[in-house]
Design a protein around this ligand. Structure first.
Ligand SMILES: Nc1nc2c(ncn2[C@@H]2O[C@H](COP(=O)(O)OP(=O)(O)OP(=O)(O)O)[C@@H](O)[C@H]2O)c(=O)[nH]1
Ligand SMILES: [Mg+2]
Length: 320
């Protein structure tokens, strides 16, 4: 894992060797608003899965933002009761700001865990910006953790979140406002489900149902909402039940192949785009410098230079 983290010269050949041994693990992405209790909840999920004899790997994606700079230490302390347990391995990862950073590095680490025989791999990431969407492409199940009293936040994040969430946890249910948050979420989910149905069926508009079923609903999965109190370990079994329900749903033979295609395709794109940019930057290093000064001196424009760079990449000058 350290070699992969450090992008050691041999890390790609290591990953190639590991890849045939992957594909067994269940990958659970955990995202959501900062401070909602994700790490505390992950700690409880680890405990619950250990109770079921599963080996659990955790990847904690640490934002490098100065506001949450203490997150690594905090996560370690919170999870330290698992330190002596050989069935648990916790790895922190700091990749913010890199191109394809999360899906690339976390995806690589997931493969290492998977090949090492871990049954469940939990990837925790803060639900801000692009990471929550990237983690969804990586995971079999994406859990979105919210806390009460964030009503406005729900509105703000719902666009991206609703599409990626498979299971919602309203944590800190010991706090005031938990039921209101659950209601807001349920309403949003119902509206989303109705819109999806309406889009599919020409007669869909008439039947406005608020009691949209949760979980598997025909061909669709409607995300269930569960209240938890992670700090006291309450609601964890129900939450895992919802995750396992989603896992069975996507593992049904009729969906399995399509889901796998999506995930594998997203991973290939991320790896390829990353490699492409690395190769291009390396090969075009001096041409980039020359192009920059030509534009700065007013002798050229960035569009023309960009086209020329692309041409020289596709047809290298040294080739016959
Ligand atoms: N009252 C209450 N507090 C909780 C609960 N779960 C977690 N906390 C507390 O909330 C704070 C934040 O918890 P974390 O688990 O670090 O939250 P997080 O979402 O991982 O935070 P970041 O990773 O920094 O975004 C900690 O002080 C926890 O002890 C809960 O169910 N109820
Ligand atoms: Mg955390």
């Amino acid at each position: 894992m350290r070699l992969v983290d450090d992008r050691h010269p041999q890390f790609v050949s290591l990953l190639k060797e590991l890849y045939p041994h992957t594909g067994r693990a269940y990958i659970l992405g955990v995202t959501g608003t900062p401070g909602a209790g994700k790490s505390t909840l992950v700690d409880q999920l680890v405990r619950a899965y250990r109770g079921r004899d599963a080996r659990v790997g955790v990847i904690a994606v640490d934002p490098t933002s100065p506001f949450t700079g203490g997150a690594i230490l905090g996560d370690r302390i919170r999870m330290q009761r698992h330190f002596l347990d050989e069935g648990v391995f916790i790895r922190s990862l700091a990749t913010r700001g890199q191109l394809g950073g999360l899906s690339r590095s976390a995806g690589d680490l997931v493969h290492v865990f998977d090949a090492a025989g871990f049954d469940v791999i939990i990837v925790e990431t803060v639900g801000v910006g692009q990471d929550e969407l990237e983690v969804a492409r990586l995971a079999h199940t994406t859990m979105v953790v919210m806390a009460p009293g964030l009503g406005d936040d729900i509105q703000a994040i719902k666009a991206g979140i609703l599409e990626v969430a498979d299971v919602f946890a309203v944590n800190k249910a010991d706090r005031e406002g938990a039921d209101a948050t659950v209601r807001d979420l349920e309403q949003m989910i119902s509206q989303g489900a109705q819109m999806a149905r309406a889009a599919k069926s020409p007669h869909g508009h008439g039947a406005a149902r608020v009691d949209t079923p949760r979980g598997a609903s025909g061909d669709r999965w409607v995300p269930p909402v569960h209240k938890t109190i992670a700090s006291r370990g309450e609601g964890i079994d129900e939450l895992i039940g919802a995750c396992e329900g989603h896992r069975s749903f996507i593992e049904e033979p009729s969906r399995h192949e399509a889901r796998r295609q999506l995930r594998v395709g997203a991973e290939l794109r991320a790896i390829f785009e990353n490699t492409l940019v690395e190769v291009a930057r390396e090969r075009l290093r001096s041409a980039l410098v020359e192009g920059t000064s030509a534009i700065a001196r007013g002798h050229d424009d960035p569009y023309t230079v960009s086209e020329r760079l692309l041409t020289s990449l596709v047809v290298p000058e040294e080739s016959p």
